[in-house]
Design a protein around this ligand. Structure first.
Ligand SMILES: *[C@@H]1O[C@H](CO)[C@@H](O)[C@H](O)[C@H]1NC(C)=O
Ligand SMILES: *[C@@H]1O[C@H](CO)[C@@H](O)[C@H](O)[C@H]1NC(C)=O
Ligand SMILES: *[C@@H]1O[C@H](CO)[C@@H](O)[C@H](O)[C@H]1NC(C)=O
Length: 320
């Protein structure tokens, strides 16, 4: 039987007519050695400047590693061709929190290159997940909407429960799909999500924006200090793109006592299950490095983090 012809015609049909979730094509293939790219963040804090121009807090690295993935740091100084090449090697991407211009910075420029590559790949059945945390969520909304819709939704240094749009039913979303009932209940009633942001997308703005509305499902909302309701957890309807305005990594990997990092058993469980979830998304991506040497040289294991708890809210930071 001409298997390749069958695959090909199925592919064309799937792509043109049905707009099925991209997962359908390689749903049986599993990659148990996922490498997740983390886009480095531009240093803006004066106290961090002596160490380097870009950075990744170790908490994000540990978070990804805890799910059974390895991390590749992605610098902001490469050419478009180099990013296209990296895209073919990694199995998912994280946009981390921080501060910066979401339209004109190098961070925004590189993010947009990967975002477009990911859209095209997923459309063609080449599964590729993206996760955004805090500013990463804000960035994803800018990329999807094609404009900056952020408003003051200040919630700085406060842990909150989520106002779940899905009720207690975990199975109505992919992100919370494997959560046990008691964790869903805790998520709704206990302050398990650490918020450290000034800006966000209000529920009203989200609902009025056709692009955001058709791209993402809102899984939770929260109320800001100024009373604004903002979207706090979103997942792509058709694409494996996920984002949280809060910080799941701090629950297990940041300890500054001045900040409201949730460390309860449920808070830790929430962080673990989300890392697990995203790692599993990465396992559906079959991208790979050209050879083991190239892979080894690309991983974050080549770098040593700096102890940073005495001058930042992070315990350790990788600088580049
Ligand atoms: C929770 O979200 C619903 C809409 O999903 C909204 O009507 C309600 O006001 C919100 N409650 C809180 C406490 O944020
Ligand atoms: C946002 O709103 C809060 C609470 O009302 C206020 O304290 C803060 O100054 C506002 N921030 C900006 C940038 O407008
Ligand atoms: C932080 O601690 C390290 C030693 O672990 C020290 O070398 C460094 O100077 C300290 N930094 C600041 C800003 O105090």
């Amino acid at each position: 039987m001409d298997f390749s012809a069958f695959v090909c015609s199925f592919f064309i049909c799937c792509f043109c007519c049905s707009k099925a979730m991209p997962t359908t094509l390689n749903q049986d293939a599993v990659n148990d050695r996922p490498v997740i790219g983390i886009l480095t963040q531009i240093v803006s804090d004066e106290v961090m400047k002596p160490f380097g121009g870009t950075y990744i807090p170790s908490s994000y690295v540990k978070y990804i590693e805890s799910g059974g993935c390895r991390v590749m740091p992605i610098r902001l100084t490469l050419t478009t061709a180099e990013y296209e090449s990296i895209f073919q090697k990694i199995n998912g991407l994280i946009f981390i929190g921080g501060t910066g211009d979401l339209e004109k910075s190098d961070f925004a420029r590189v993010a947009k290159i990967f975002y477009r590559l990911a859209l095209t790949a997923n459309d063609a059945g080449d599964f590729f997940p993206i996760w955004g945390t805090c500013m990463g969520l804000q960035l994803l909304t800018v990329l999807v909407a094609g404009e900056n819709l952020l408003e003051n939704t200040s919630a700085e240094n406060i842990a909150l429960p989520l106002n779940l749009t899905t009720g207690y039913k975990a199975y109505t979303s992919r992100m919370f799909g494997d959560f046990p009932d008691d964790l869903m209940k805790a998520l709704k009633h206990e302050p398990l999500t650490g918020n450290f942001h000034r800006y966000g997308v209000t529920v009203k703005t989200f609902q009025e924006n056709e692009k955001l509305q058709s791209f993402f499902s809102v899984l939770s909302t929260n109320v800001a200090e100024n009373g604004a309701h903002f979207v706090s957890t979103i997942e792509g309807k058709r694409y494996p793109f996920y984002a949280v305005q809060w910080h799941p990594e701090v629950n297990r990997f940041q300890w500054d006592k001045k900040l409201n990092f949730p460390h309860s058993r449920h808070a830790v469980q929430l962080s673990s299950l989300l890392a697990d979830f995203f790692a599993n998304e990465g396992r559906s991506s079959l991208h790979q490095f050209d050879n083991p040497e190239e892979e080894a040289a690309s991983l974050i294991y080549n770098y040593t983090p700096v102890y940073a708890a005495n001058f930042t809210a992070y315990e350790q930071i990788y600088f580049f």
